[in-house]
Write a protein that binds this ligand. Sequence first.
Ligand SMILES: [Zn+2]
Ligand SMILES: [Zn+2]
Length: 309
Amino acid sequence: MTNKDMGFQLTILGSSSATPAHGRHPSSQVLRCNNDYFLIDCGEGTQMQLHRYGIKRTLINHIFISHLHGDHFYGLIGLISSFNLLKRSSPLHIYAAADLEKMIQVQLELTDCKLVFELHFHTILMEHAIIFESKELQIETIPLSHRIACLGFVVREKLGERKINKTQTDRYQIPVTALAAIKKGEDYTNTKGTVIANSLLTTDPNPVKSFAYISDTLFLPEIVPHIQGVDLLYHEATFGNDRIQRAFETFHSTAEQAATIAKNASVKQLIIGHFSAKYSSDDLPILLAEAKAVFENTNLAEEGLLIEI
Ligand SMILES: [Zn+2]
Ligand SMILES: [Zn+2]
């Protein structure tokens, strides 16, 4: 398997809302895309969770914070401090609302912490925008409806190059120097002037993978077009049907509402998390059943769960 075939791997680090409860940690997930590790939200205890699940902290170069409620970023200063003590050398990029930079800078200043690595803050706004782009993928924001400004993230792999069919390129005696253009989709013209169609020489690239992270939000059907058909949707499901009114009052979703979004967006797979402390581990199968009644391919975002996309 080459790196390009690896796709995405998501590891759940935290699945609790508001406070750590019933052995669950506040929100955090890490998405591996080939050699890049993207940390999405960073609740208290995130670095211990990274350690527990064997993910090297130093591999993380990009951190995305959905909103400035503590259960989504209180682990950040600890992680930054550890990076500094471990003499990190590569730059760290944090994508978040502007006020996060102020909070982090005050903490660094008052603890007389002088960073030995570059820390770059990228302000993200309440709008649909592409906030990160590399050769392999792009990350977009989706405005959500919560008590404070809150964003979801959609990670989409870019379509790779066409794959060379070696039997065919040998048969048509294609020189190595022509392969780069053929991988990009061009036909080949040989020395006699004969055009050999690209479709004879290549096969389709790997299908692109996609992942959507829908953080704290009221049931919000407006997001459906932005996450249509994604391979994996994480959607918060703070409450079950027994507390639907509470979900509405606190700008959160129920498991059934998360599943309705998954169904309407025709996603391939749903995971639900951000469970209220009202629900113990024994209660979570009830939330799962409520979601599955609407969208069968649903799983709980259990900590340590690794999902290959
Ligand atoms: Zn939260
Ligand atoms: Zn929140």
